[in-house]
Design a protein around this ligand. Sequence first.
Ligand code: ADP
Ligand code: MG
Length: 365
Amino acid sequence: MATLQVKNLTKNFGPTQVLKQINIDISDGEFLVLLGPSGCGKSTLLNIIAGLETVNEGEVRINDHVVNKVEPKDRNIAMVFQSYALYPSMTVRDNILFGLKQRKTPQEEMENSLQHFSKMLKVDHLLQRKPGQLSGGQRQRVAMGRALVRKPEVFLFDEPLSNLDAKLRVEMRHEIKKLHEQLGTTMIYVTHDQVEAMSLATRIAVMDEGIVQQIDSPEVVYDRPESVFVADFVGSPSINMIPGKLVVEGSLVAVVPDAQSSLKIPVSGYEFREAPRSGTGVLLGVRPECLMPQSSSEQTEFQLSLPVSLIELTGHEQNITFNFYGAEIVSRLPRGNQLKVGDVVPLNIDLGGVSIFDSTSRKRI
Ligand code: ADP
Ligand code: MG
């Protein structure tokens, strides 16, 4: 069981600053996901936590002890890599037990651990095979087994599922989540896949260009993104961004889209952080599920009718693209509606689900 803190951490590679003043406080038993695009510094941060990389400024604390100078092997951390990093000439059994043998763990304890975790990971029938005789998913399980038998205080995962096909990725994601629920061990998990982040994390730290942009529960990151970057990175299909200007008339606050100045999208119920000012350039973020056809019985003052330009089936849902005065706006709807390309559809925006950003600072307002 362990808590972990990263304080004012900065990392340079030569003249390039790849991590900038990172602060993260991880409670015991948390599943923290570091989410961000390729090259934003996720692996570097994970490697620093593991002790595989040094820092320029700042510190890493485990259970309130600064570990900057502690060797990786003495940090009681286990890491699972994207590449699995198994020894090709060793059997599954020897791969899993490698760390324990090095620590001169008693034979009986090793056997018990091997039995327990190889069963849990469903590789108990593969113990005599070599990694080359395993599928990608099986190799991944062996790599996890090797980490698990060490009973570390913290697990670090660096994109462990990115080499697996889509179906297996979902299965393994499910297994990792169950594992976390069973073990309750603190986990830090790196991914560029927002669905993985949403489904696994107790909290997500969204990173971009070496900066933590937002750190919060998956729900808050999705519903109340702090910036255009976070809003856009999380969610599929992507959030719709409607550029426009704020209009404040008495108690009415509305967004007038740049593309259609006769339209006023009322946002009076939105929780502005500061009093809204007329003329402010904004981006109105509307999640696809917040844009839906108006039912015939509904009477709203806000009228928006748009033509359907594309319909994509995703399974139990459809992504419907509408032509929004020359731009595209996407709605996610349950299947079974009768919409066809070319239909002009009266639409509602669920204003409880919108986010408004300043178009210059690109921050939530
Ligand atoms: P991520 O894991 O988010 O894809 P990385 O942490 O691997 O990103 O890399 C962050 C940045 O640091 C990238 O621009 C990468 O090219 C650079 N970088 C990573 N490792 C090194 C290194 N050993 N030497 C120089 N630059 C590096
Ligand atoms: Mg990486």
